[in-house]
Write a protein that binds this ligand. Sequence first.
Ligand code: NI
Length: 432
Amino acid sequence: MKMLLKNITVLPMAEPGKIIEKGYVLINGNLIEAVGSGDPPAGEYEKVIDGTNYLVMPGLINTHTHAAMTMLRSYADDLPLMEWLQTKIWPMEDRLTGDDIYWGTMLAIIEMIKSGTTTFTDMYFHMDRVAQAVEETGIRAVLSRGMIGVGPENQLAIEQSRQLIEQWQGAANGRITFMLGPHAPYTCPPDYLKQVADLARETGAGINIHVAETLDEINTINRDYGVSSVVYLEKAGIFEFPVTAAHCVHLSDEDIAILKKYGVGVAHNPESNMKLASGIAPVPRMLEEGVPVGLGTDGASSNNDLDMLQETRTCALLHKVNNMDPTVLPAEQALTMATALGAKALHLGDQIGCLRPGYKADMILINLNQPHMIPRYDLIANLVYAGKASDVDTVIIDGRIVMENRQLTTIDEKQVLEKCKEIAARLVHNKD
Ligand code: NI
């Protein structure tokens, strides 16, 4: 299908500072064909959107979440990390069925599309049901089955990962990418990581892993192996593959140099790190070194939402106050993390993350005619410091409109909300 957006403000995120005040975007099939200023080229279009008072920009990219944890949203909060995990989150997760994960993921996808996210990165279990939700809804996703090397299912996780990759790699017209998901250094011993590396070599899949999230992890790895988490993974050969490393809160200069050397992408989760009191990742230093740092929300039980505009604002504000310097992480840099840099962190920087001919047609329309968006001295500052999820009006993913005028076109929202309420009631009722 050929689609045209015209009379629209375009923020391509393809080069610093570029904004087209009155321009157009031409979509052909699932790709962007042209981005320009002024009047669009004459042609036949099946769909034309007049974008007067709207902005079009690349869809937001959530580089780290656990989508189905929407089912655990606000079930347990304000507890120490290990107590939170051991007494609340893990027992609840044990009760989640494949169906629960499907519906929880659908709930997450609704929230993500309605807040402008067009790609999300997921690590969880029952990933065939997650892939099913991705296929049905039209969103783009990088999926991995969580692999715990020290657990009883460690070999099952290897086998299932291999099967998931065989079945789903590149599925849904290329919207699904599968990675391997070794959970973290402290849950994956060296011999298990070697198995993961072998499977990465065999399948060509990348690797999604939590790294240096807490001081506890750093101390454990240092005690057991005498090195940092990053050096531990380097020695295990993990960085020889395309890696997206979530958190990277506690890093030395040597660690940052290693991430840079291997082209490791980083998923920064400021709100989760703040809520769980994990610490503050050295994001300005990583960016200075050229490490691609994207943004993630983490799961809805440690955030507690999947709102990427809000995450972008939190990121900018956190690093300013942490450095006692308001010039740190300016609005445009933060927004780049939520788009083009996020794509690079997922090793998809040549396909998504900016509006450029030949790229996937993943974009969002933002309603600029709202009190908190006026006046418009600085469009990007308005978006980052005043923008809201509800400003997202229309969402296009892979050339398909999945939300128009805030109405979802691929999901029965009411049905999903009712279903999730029922599941939550059952989960809490069965807890004893
Ligand atoms: Ni996580």
